[in-house]
Ligand binder design. Structure first.
Ligand SMILES: Nc1ncnc2c1ncn2[C@@H]1O[C@H](COP(=O)(O)OP(=O)(O)OP(=O)(O)O)[C@@H](O)[C@H]1O
Length: 278
């Protein structure tokens, strides 16, 4: 079992995610599609890592492999030292993916409550936690509504609250804020920073937004066009305190430039398809 030594006095913890030599080839009617090639990536406990890269470079595929929703063609994936399958069965992480994936016959409150019920939490604990989470995602007036009565962005907020319900040690988030308006998006980013600081959760986060990746991450993993490979890993030389003021500071813009240049393999050129500069 691999251990990661932390800066905090040498305390070690099991890595949240370990991806070694992972390839993924899809068999399609038109032949083979090489989606990922030779991916090596370790996410330490408590670390926030974003994946960014052009459309189709395999970001979602990599997330699906970590979540055991698909299997690699080669290499291995482990989550907290377990196989991806065992970690899924043990529900070691919370998931918030692009499609909110809510159960249409359950209300907002009942959707958020689901992981708590599955883990056998008591009734009072469940209702307290659901109330807290609904407040967190500002859906207080919508607790008894059904998903089809909500906007896409509101559905996404329900999915995020559900992912956070059990205060997981790991969150897998695939463009969770993509459907939100800019103000809500920035507020949710700050909430996520706060939640991670409070719970010590590790996060693997897919985004198309460079500033979002920079604001949230300890490291940004820049992927190359298909077949997806890791082109560069950029460590965010920023203060741990990710308060709103950071968005105005020159270090923030320096990091945005560093990630943008990594996407262009060192040359400061125009936009990459599928990556936003905002
Ligand atoms: N089930 C599948 N069958 C065949 N090909 C697939 C399958 N899933 C993904 N692919 C292909 O694998 C490649 C990577 O897809 P993936 O969705 O992981 O990219 P992505 O980086 O998340 O893209 P985007 O940024 O547009 O969401 C693409 O070429 C896609 O067409």
């Amino acid at each position: 079992m691999t251990e990661h030594v932390h800066a905090d006095g040498g305390r070690s913890a099991i890595d949240a995610v370990r991806i070694s030599g992972v390839d993924k080839v899809f068999e399609t009617r038109g032949g083979q599609v090489a989606a990922l090639e030779g991916i090596d990536l370790t996410v330490a406990a408590g670390e926030f890592v974003s994946l960014i890269g052009p459309s189709g470079c395999g970001k979602s595929t990599l997330m699906r492999l970590i979540a055991d929703l698909d299997q690699p063609s080669g290499g291995s994936v482990s989550v907290f030292g377990k196989s991806a399958k065992d970690a899924r069965i043990a529900q070691d992480y919370g998931i918030a993916f692009q499609q909110a994936g809510l159960l249409p016959w359950r209300t907002v409150a009942e959707n958020i409550e689901l992981p708590l019920s599955l883990h056998g939490r008591g009734k009072i604990e469940r209702s307290d936690r659901v109330a807290e989470l609904i407040e967190l995602v500002s859906l207080g007036d919508f607790a008894d509504r059904y998903p089809d009565q909500l906007s896409g962005g509101m559905q996404q907020r329900v999915a995020i609250a559900r992912a956070l319900a059990e205060k997981p040690r790991l969150l897998l988030m695939d463009e969770p804020f993509g459907a939100l308006d800019e103000m809500t998006r920035e507020r949710m980013q700050s909430e996520l920073v706060r939640i991670c600081a409070e719970t010590g959760a590790a996060v693997v986060f897919v985004t198309h937004s460079i500033p979002e990746a920079v604001f949230l991450s300890d490291r940004v993993v820049v992927m190359s066009p298909r077949p997806g490979r890791i082109q560069q890993v950029v460590s965010m030389a920023l203060a741990d305190d990710r308060s709103e003021g950071l968005r105005e500071q020159h270090e923030f813009f320096d990091m945005i430039t560093a990630v943008r240049e990594a996407l262009h393999d060192g040359s400061p050129v125009a936009a990459v398809r599928g990556v936003e500069n905002r």
